[in-house]
Design a protein around this ligand. Structure first.
Ligand SMILES: CCCCCCCC/C=C\CCCCCCCC(=O)OC[C@H](COP(=O)(O)O[C@@H]1[C@H](O)[C@H](OP(=O)(O)O)[C@@H](O)[C@H](O)[C@H]1O)OC(=O)CCCCCCC/C=C\CCCCCCCC
Ligand SMILES: Nc1ccn([C@@H]2O[C@H](COP(=O)(O)O)[C@@H](O)[C@H]2O)c(=O)n1
Ligand SMILES: [Mg+2]
Ligand SMILES: [Mg+2]
Length: 218
């Protein structure tokens, strides 16, 4: 949903910035790489120590590069399959660092085995959500579904909650509970999304086979 509705807004806002980077001679690939490196560093330096506020500020600053790199490639007329591959592959790396960093906190100072497991589940199920689409498309299916919780939703829900939960360290009471709630929501939503995408590929596969069988009868 966010990908559909928020993308147009962010494209308008970020286009002048993307144009400026192109004028400075920065390449879309460099933005993809630096954005991922910054997101990974922000997540793995701050989250395992329970520094959620500064972690979210850092990750958010860098993760917006994911909306800038494609914008730059399109403005420059340099969209490429390599760029699409690099962008999607490094998305998985950044996501792993974000939910891995949260899992490390709950395995350590946060001392909560259940929430550690929920964070790991968010990490794994998010990767599976993306894999279902990539594998389905590689097999030639349209995979005509986005599902309940795409990457943008997973990140906005988790990072917003983590950012506010981080205010607990500045003395705001009870707010730390936002993060566990968000993790449960993302975990459940990702599970639903995996099911939605798998059922779509199953239906598309059956439709293709039925169409093939009908073709054979003629
Ligand atoms: C006082 C503070 C209040 C804060 C309120 C926060 C409100 C939220 C603020 C910002 C909203 C940001 C919305 C961003 C919406 C982005 C929409 C979008 O286009 O997302 C997609 C895009 C790139 O997509 P791609 O096509 O490149 O990626 C594909 C995707 O990965 C697919 O994955 P799948 O869905 O299948 O799992 C892959 O299949 C495919 O391969 C791949 O190509 O961008 C992103 O995904 C990046 C999203 C950026 C999200 C930014 C998160 C920041 C959110 C909140 C920070 C809030 C900070 C709050 C601090 C509070 C402190 C008190
Ligand atoms: N280094 C890059 C990154 C992206 N692209 C192209 O942009 C598309 C993704 O657009 P986003 O707005 O979601 O970032 C991607 O499919 C590529 O076509 C690129 O060429 N090089
Ligand atoms: Mg991108
Ligand atoms: Mg991306």
């Amino acid at each position: 949903m966010l990908n559909k509705y928020a993308r147009a807004f962010f494209t308008r806002v970020l286009t002048p910035f993307a144009a400026m980077l192109l004028r400075w001679g920065v390449s879309p690939d460099a933005v993809t790489l630096i954005g991922t490196a910054g997101s990974v560093a922000g997540a793995l330096v701050f989250f395992p120590r329970g520094e959620f506020f500064w972690g979210v500020i850092t990750v958010t600053l860098f993760i917006f590069s994911d909306l800038v790199d494609g914008n730059m490639a399109r403005q420059a007329g340099r969209s490429s399959k390599w760029g699409a591959f690099l962008d999607s592959t490094l998305d998985r790396v950044a996501d792993a660092a974000i939910f891995g960093g949260l899992a490390m906190w709950y395995a350590g100072g946060g001392d909560n085995d259940l929430l550690c497991a929920v964070s790991v589940f968010c990490l794994a199920s998010g990767q599976v959500v993306s894999y279902t689409k990539a594998r389905g498309e590689a097999l030639g299916f349209p995979v005509n579904v986005s599902g309940l919780v795409e990457r943008a939703e997973r990140l906005v829900i988790s990072l917003t909650a983590a950012g506010f939960a981080g205010l607990h360290k500045f003395g705001v009471p009870y707010i730390e509970w936002l993060l566990p709630i968000a993790l449960w929501v993302v975990a459940a939503g990702s599970l639903v999304t995996v099911a939605q995408r798998m059922l779509t590929v199953r239906r598309e596969s059956a439709e293709l086979e039925a169409a093939g069988a009908a073709e054979g009868v003629k």
